[in-house]
Ligand binder design. Structure first.
Ligand code: ZN
Length: 504
């Protein structure tokens, strides 16, 4: 009897050990040391080339082409040039060696449509309104066609403008890119699996740009990978299959994210498998960058082109319980690459640690080309003063909004990130000086810092066309009717915000 009990106990213990080992291996629960999250820079700007003057930059840009290449859902910390140890991005890394790498660059909204609208218009999502998911409604706004855009600014300056996109969420159907001269989009072909392949888009680009022209061009190319679906070529998947990814950690979110059912179904339960598939897709997107560079060189226009590599948002791989991107306020979904290669060999090369954001890209390009922009429409800032040594800081804070049923606003500087969840349901503060992975909410222990950033948010909210004050006041009723310039906070809301320390 005794022997039988011991046998059963040993058998049970063995089963537990085997199950634990399977969970450890399959679910990828191991926590390895983090690599390079967004971090406090040693210097705001560190150039290995001489510091240029504004005049020399404008001279360099005379008659140059502009190409913006977006890899959808490319998070910065999975890119080699940003410290990832895997060979996910050999072509981007090679380009980055002769370019400027913006190390602390963030999107305005971790979802394709609102983020792309911010790139084109240099407006925050609560001003352009495009594709913003508002709780309790499925209605999405299109971009107002009268809004000033980067492409309209460059068109006025004599540029031939072309948009190539394989993501229907970044296409003229939502008003995005409707003012480009040439539009190559998946309209009507979105269900064609070939259409989302980078090889297809590269073909379209080559067909339209082959032979060159006397007019300088602005081409916007939006490739779907590393975004889902994960159908990278088998040889790219094979490079990483069954390997342990170098970076896996898990922490709790302050507010349990609600996953869309379809999203939850598509995310592989094994984190290891998921990260390997994501990295293989990133490698596929990087292939497109290599193909584009090769084509520009073959056409003899590479040395006369300002080439910008960036993304619309990152991707949450369950680090903070979030999956995918649109609802996640953590760095994995909002910290994105920005790499700028100037024409020829004499442009600035190095790393920029200062905070930058998506809405800064358009005014930076226009500034480099000496093209004016309407101050009352453009909310971003030119980053040129960082390059010429005139400024060490352009943005004291970056501000980002998320979507879904429980959206959040992020107010982030180099030291802290404050999350304000919709209708003040929760708020969280992360001390980035000691906790770059954002694992511990210190809102209670650092109330002054939280209050300081909350005030920044309220001041920001009042400057938006649709003031998002419902993130600090549960009763505030936002309206989609434009509030007009100089929108004011209703007296009752102001009283409540004062009591909470959000306004003076
Ligand atoms: Zn996207």
């Amino acid at each position: 009897m005794m022997k039988k009990t011991i046998c059963t106990a040993v058998l049970l213990a063995l089963i537990v050990v085997v199950l634990a080992a399977v969970a450890y291996w399959y679910l990828g629960l191991r926590s390895t040391a983090p690599l390079r999250p967004a971090r406090i820079p040693e210097a705001p700007v560190s150039l290995s080339s001489p510091t240029p003057s504004v005049e020399s930059l404008r001279e360099m840009m005379r008659g140059a082409n502009v190409v913006i290449c977006v890899l959808d859902a490319m998070r910065a910390d999975h890119v080699g040039a940003y410290g990832y140890p895997r060979e996910t991005t050999p072509n981007i890394d090679a380009l980055a060696e002769e370019a400027l790498i913006f190390e602390n660059h963030f999107c305005q909204y971790p979802q394709t449509s609102p983020s792309t609208a911010s790139l084109f218009t240099s407006q925050y999502p609560d001003t352009h309104g495009t594709g913003v998911q508002r709780p309790g409604t499925d209605t999405l706004q299109m971009l107002n066609p009268s809004t000033f855009t980067l492409e309209s600014g460059l068109k006025t300056a004599g540029y031939h403008t072309l948009i190539f996109t394989s993501n229907p969420a970044a296409a003229p159907a939502l008003g995005l890119g409707a003012d480009f001269d040439v539009q190559v989009t998946p309209r009507g072909r979105a269900r064609d699996p070939n259409w989302r392949r980078p090889e297809q888009l590269v073909k379209e680009i080559e067909a339209k740009l082959k032979g060159g022209s006397d007019t300088p061009f602005f081409a916007y190319a939006h490739f779907l990978p590393p975004h889902y679906p994960y159908d990278a070529p088998d040889e790219m998947k094979a490079l990483l299959a069954r390997q342990d990814p170098p970076e896996m950690w898990q922490a709790k979110a302050p507010f349990k994210p609600a996953l869309h059912k379809s999203e939850a179904e598509r995310a592989p339960r094994s984190r290891k498998k998921w990260i390997n598939l994501y990295d293989a897709n990133l490698r596929w997107g990087d292939w497109a960058v290599g193909a584009l560079v090769k084509f520009l060189k073959e056409q003899g226009v590479y040395d006369n082109t300002l080439l910008i590599i960036t993304s619309d948002h990152g991707e949450a791989l369950r680090e903070h319980q979030y999956e995918w991107h649109a609802t996640c306020p953590f760095d994995e979904a909002i910290h994105i690459p920005l790499i700028v290669k100037f024409p020829g060999n004499g442009g600035p090369v190095g790393r920029v640690g200062a905070l930058t954001q998506t809405i800064d890209v358009a005014p930076t390009i226009l500034d480099l080309f000496g093209v004016p922009w309407p101050e009352d429409s453009v909310q971003g800032k030119s980053l040129v003063p960082l390059l010429t040594g005139e400024a060490e800081e352009i943005n004291k804070y970056i501000i980002c909004r998320t979507g879904g049923d429980y959206p959040a606003y992020v107010v982030r500087d180099q030291r802290s990130a404050l999350f304000l969840y919709h209708r003040a349901q929760a708020r969280a503060l992360y001390d980035l000086t000691t906790d770059s992975l954002q694992t511990t909410n210190v809102a209670e222990t650092q109330p002054d810092r939280a209050a300081e950033l909350a005030k920044v948010f309220v001041a920001f909210a009042q400057r938006q066309k649709y003031p998002p004050l419902d993130f600090v006041d549960p009763e505030y009723q936002p309206t989609l009717a434009p509030a007009g310039p100089g929108a004011t906070i209703p007296a009752e809301t102001r009283r409540k915000l004062r009591a909470l320390g959000y306004v003076d």
